[in-house]
Design a protein around this ligand. Structure first.
Ligand code: NDP
Length: 402
């Protein structure tokens, strides 16, 4: 007999789901393995990948009985091999090994490599035609049209993992997508929500990494502090949902409880609410189309008392406007924006530039590339070439800023 509790905790009713995780050593990757580890009989881990963290990757591969562990950076291969010696886990490293890992048959792949480094492996996962849980937002920002063409061609089921997009995915009525008037993504406002422009000029790396509600990798945490993250998410939403850029909005919501609101033509607004814990959207993607139990804090609205919303201040946080402008230009500007932002965030994390210089470097790079003439990338190779050009220009402009 199935008890109510057993039913509620059952993740998926089918046989064990074969899963691979690209970026398993990161924040999203670790949360995914946390969920899988709580119910190992329902999941069969095929491949796990990291960049350079051989020690954690080996621990994960052994703990979850993975077939294969791959590091993108070949420098860590010897460490990985020695940590895995005497186990049944295969060790490999390098870009070819990463792509080979993705082609191992699975039912579900988590795409959680950070940055445009995730583009090739995630596209390869899409080409396999199974389910891809998409955490990496840079794929859609950098190569949205090409990426979505591959999704359509392969018949892959794309499951959004970003909390706002998972929320939108849940709130969109597939039978009434024509009736959607507006989609609003919420933003916590980050650590500088109440800071003045003067205070933000002297914000430190530690200030920026001190996110009030979410625990994430460093790159995304800095993107959240500048609100570039919301800009990237607006671009992501455009590709994932049946709306035009004009129908997308953001609202600041410091508690990070409401993640996305979908407004319909009859005035109804459907929203998804949950505690700010990535294990909820990851669980949704892992068990889809069913639901699985996740060990997250349950909402007690009476205890929370009130939920606040405010308009974004684009004078202090211009990044979302830059992102929407790039999206509307429809000429490869989003690829440039993404590449320049990665260089700028990296420079900020290395304490080479201050917080305001992040947006400045992105804007200057976009202007410089546009001056040389910009045309819409038609293939992955075009995207990669534009990404490389933008990085070179951003690095040159960065030297002048330091
Ligand atoms: P982390 O920085 O915590 O983890 C990144 C992962 O990618 C690690 O496994 C890292 O390996 C690997 N990696 C880094 N560089 C490379 C490379 N050049 N080639 C291959 N693998 C690489 O990031 P997050 O988990 O925070 O984010 C992952 C993605 O998900 C990002 O695109 C982010 O925007 C998105 N996302 C994250 C959310 C979050 O809450 N964290 C929420 C929504 C979206 P190693 O550990 O060895 O360096």
């Amino acid at each position: 007999m199935i008890t109510a509790t057993a039913y509620a905790k059952s993740p998926v009713s089918q046989a064990p789901r074969r899963v691979s995780i690209l970026g398993s050593t990161g924040s999203v990757g670790c949360s995914t393995l946390d969920l899988i580890g709580r119910d190992p009989s329902h999941f069969d881990v095929v491949a796990l990948t990291g960049n350079s963290n051989a020690e954690l990757l080996a621990q994960q591969a052994v703990a979850h009985d993975a077939d294969l562990a791959v590091l993108a950076d070949p420098a860590g291969l010897e460490d990985l091999k020695s940590s895995l010696s005497g186990t049944s886990v295969e060790a490999a490293a390098g870009q070819d090994a990463l792509i080979e890992a993705v082609t191992r048959p699975t039912d579900w792949t988590m795409a959680a490599i950070v940055g445009s480094a995730g583009l090739r492996p995630t596209l390869e996962a899409v080409r396999q035609g199974k389910s891809v849980a998409l955490a990496n937002k840079e794929c859609l920002v950098s190569a949205g049209d090409i990426f979505m063409e591959e999704v359509a061609k392969s018949g892959t089921r794309l499951l959004p993992v970003d909390s706002e997009h998972s929320a939108g995915f849940q709130a969109i009525d597939p039978n009434a997508s024509d009736a959607i008037e507006k989609i609003t993504l919420t933003a916590s406002g980050g650590p500088f929500r109440t800071w003045t422009q003067e205070q933000m000029k002297i914000a430190t790396r530690d200030d920026a990494l001190n996110h009030p509600t979410w625990s994430m990798g460093d790159k995304l945490t800095i993107d959240s502090a500048t609100l570039m993250n919301k800009g990237l998410e607006l671009i992501e939403a455009y590709y994932l949902f049946p709306v035009e850029p004009e129908q997308l909005n953001i609202v600041i919501h410091p508690q990070s409880i409401v993640h996305c609101l979908v407004e319909y033509s009859d005035g109804s607004v459907l929203a998804q609410l949950s505690s700010p814990d990535m294990r909820t959207p990851i669980a949704y993607s892992l068990a889809w189309p069913e639901r699985m139990w996740a060990p997250t804090e349950r909402l007690d609205l009476a205890k929370i008392g009130s939920l606040d919303f405010e308009a974004p201040d684009y004078d202090r946080f211009p990044a979302p406007l830059m992102a929407v402008q790039a999206l509307k230009a429809d000429n490869g500007s989003t690829t440039v924006l993404n590449a320049a932002n990665e260089i700028a965030v990296d420079a900020f994390l290395k304490r080479r530039i201050g917080l305001p210089s992040i947006n400045a470097l992105v804007a200057e790079t976009m202007e410089a590339v546009a001056r040389d003439g910009l045309s819409k990338p038609k293939s992955l190779e075009d995207v990669l070439a534009l990404d490389a050009l933008s990085r070179t220009l951003a690095r040159t402009l960065l030297q002048d800023m330091i």
